[in-house]
Write a protein that binds this ligand. Structure first.
Ligand code: FES
Length: 115
């Protein structure tokens, strides 16, 4: 049994609300990569009009998760099929390998992420 891989580029907590994009920019059922100023990344998803943000790194072998297919709230990593719930960050394949989640707020039509 391998261990969960640490994300070397996990966004640092700064207690800052970052303005990301207009709500219309990310259609339902899609994900997008959000690049932060320090080069770290967040994967943002639109699940039926509700937005969720997680670190953009699969703890199996480090695949970016933003382009994974959504099945409801569940994404499947494109590299080897690990499953994650984007709303909780929980890994359904290996429960000790959960993802960091970031709070998303919608204000005046803008998606904002609290990092
Ligand atoms: S990198 Fe192997 S399942 Fe994600």
């Amino acid at each position: 049994m391998g261990k969960c891989r640490e994300n070397p580029r996990k966004p640092k907590r700064q207690n800052k609300l970052l303005k990301i994009a207009k709500v219309e920019a990310l259609p339902k059922g899609r994900g997008a990569t959000v690049q932060l100023n320090d080069g770290t990344e967040i994967a943002l998803f639109n699940v039926d009009g509700k937005f969720y943000a997680i670190e953009n790194f699969c703890p199996h072998k480090g695949a970016p998760l933003a382009d994974s297919h959504l099945h409801g709230k569940i994404i499947e990593c494109e590299w080897h099929g690990w499953l994650f719930d984007v709303s909780s960050g929980k890994c359904l394949t290996k429960k000790e390998c959960s993802l960091e989640t970031y709070e998303v707020k919608i204000e005046d039509g803008w998606i904002k992420i609290l990092v």
